[in-house]
Ligand binder design. Structure first.
Ligand code: TYD
Ligand code: MG
Length: 453
């Protein structure tokens, strides 16, 4: 590439000159002309621009950085605030992914209309028409006077409107429909998504706009588009849930401003999404009598413990390759637990079909469910109910050892609150000062747990 001749720019009025001068010919200011250079390499935001080669940033030490709490505002949905780490941070970007029809547009419309009563809010719809959005808001009886709506899929147009309006919070529904004029490829393509997201993130940071991006997911449950999308934003939230149940869970899988794996629980009603503040109540099935194959565990996803019923069904298989089906729990983990149960518990299940399920459509991603799964399998296999006042948690290792899980005492407290009387827990999780109100059976190895039953 030919070496371009240097250019100069005024610091005060930004006029570009071909020659250096002591005084700016435009604003008549003195000593404000600086050399600028084109940015040619890299893919940074300034690529193709002319910038000053002097650095305006300084080196600092860690302790000289002032402590500032991230300023947050409420989304008016307690459970969404919880997932975000205590409210949405001003100027941050959150990506909300989930299956079609799970409620992404609904929840964001609910939040934005409520926020718009106090602050400026902009809802950009690229999928639904203005009428559809308005109709939904009317049906849900949401306040409709203040929310600004924009039906557009061109990122340049969106940025222009947002720069003028300077909203506190903005929603893009969805990022896969947005395109930029600067690229030839079709909307939804990897390069379009990446470039449009980069422009929107820059807009959010520049004008301190809190931005929610709605993202589609692929059949495998991953966010559609480039993987780098997740790196570009501050928070990644996934909407989970079974379309057959009315419960929905929003999980933070990345959060620069809070705990990951934090979950918020909602119920889809004809009034839109309602928060569920006591999730233990919904993930427990209400059996009158104890039933075989059902074990209650206390899970801790994020920062909150809650009770979940794990169900297992073990039946004789007539297939060469018996089925191992897992709903809400990890399938690989199930295969491993079956092997441990056979090797260290002496229970051969190789000729049995095995199904396990976490009740209520919740997905358990932590290992604390291991012991509950094993005991549920055994209970179903032997067709012997385990008392429904019994609680179980613990991780199971490959050599049959029962390993501790984090926050044991907190889990026990949650169970005691719901009237559980006995718990089978890893010995290393035994509270040092004892635990009032519950009988604790501590186990070291799988054999101890099976004996305790
Ligand atoms: P929607 O928010 O459009 O989903 P997404 O944007 O994630 O694709 O959700 C629509 C679904 O929610 C639809 O199947 C109907 C259901 N729904 C209710 O059950 N109650 C309601 O009040 C609303 C608005 C939607
Ligand atoms: Mg939608």
């Amino acid at each position: 590439m030919a070496k371009s001749s240097p250019k100069y720019q005024c610091n005060e009025c930004a006029v570009i000159l071909s020659k250096w001068a002591g005084q700016c010919p435009e604003c008549k200011g003195w000593n404000c002309i600086e050399e600028i250079r084109p940015v040619t390499g890299g893919a940074g935001p300034n690529r193709g621009n002319w910038v000053s080669h002097k650095t305006s940033t300084e080196l600092v030490t860690l302790d000289s950085v002032p402590d500032v709490e991230a300023a947050r505002f409420s989304t008016h949905l307690g459970e969404l605030d919880r997932v975000l780490g205590g409210g949405m941070v001003h100027g941050s970007v959150a990506l909300l992914g989930g299956d079609p029809g799970i409620g992404k547009s609904t929840i964001l419309l609910q939040c934005l209309t409520r926020i718009s009563e106090q602050a400026s809010a902009l809802y950009v719809t690229g999928e639904e028409s203005l009428q559809q959005v308005s109709l939904r808001a009317r049906r849900l009886e949401l306040p409709r006077e203040k929310l600004q709506l924009l039906s557009s899929t061109c990122v340049e147009e969106i940025v222009a409107h947002a720069t003028q309006l300077r909203p506190t919070v903005m929603v893009i529904d969805s990022i896969q429909t947005i395109y930029t004029d600067s690229l030839q490829s079709a909307p939804g393509s990897v390069s379009q998504i990446r470039e449009s997201t980069a422009m929107l993130v820059r807009l959010a940071k520049q004008h301190n706009i809190a931005l929610f991006l709605v993202g589609h997911v692929t059949k495998e449950g991953q966010l559609a588009g480039p993987r780098v999308l997740e790196h570009m934003v501050d928070t990644v939230l996934y909407f989970e849930g079974d379309s057959s149940t009315r419960f929905r869970v929003i999980r933070a899988v990345k959060n620069r401003f809070g705990a990951v794996n934090e979950i918020g629980v909602f119920a889809m009603t004809d009034q839109g999404l309602k928060t569920v503040s006591n999730p233990s109540a919904i993930f427990l099935a209400q059996h009158e009598e104890p039933v075989a194959g059902s074990v209650i565990m206390v899970s801790r996803e994020g920062t909150r413990p809650f009770l979940v019923e794990v169900q297992a069904l073990v039946t004789e298989s007539h297939l060469g390759n018996p089925r191992r089906i897992s709903v809400g729990l990890e399938a690989n983990r199930l295969a491993m637990l079956l092997a441990v149960l056979q090797r260290h518990g002496g229970v051969p299940l190789y000729d049995q079909d095995v199904f396990i399920n976490a009740v209520g459509g919740v997905r358990i991603s932590e290992t604390g469910a291991d012991l509950a799964v094993i005991l549920a399998l055994l209970s179903s296999y032997r067709d012997r109910p385990i008392g429904n006042r019994l609680l179980v948690f613990g991780e199971v290792g490959l050599s049959g050892e029962i390993r501790p899980v984090p926050n044991g005492e907190e889990r026990l407290k949650e169970a005691a609150k719901h009237g559980f009387e006995t718990a089978i827990i890893p010995s290393a999780n035994k509270p040092a000062r004892g635990f009032k109100g519950m009988k604790l059976i501590t186990v070291h190895r799988l054999a101890d747990a099976l004996n305790a039953l």
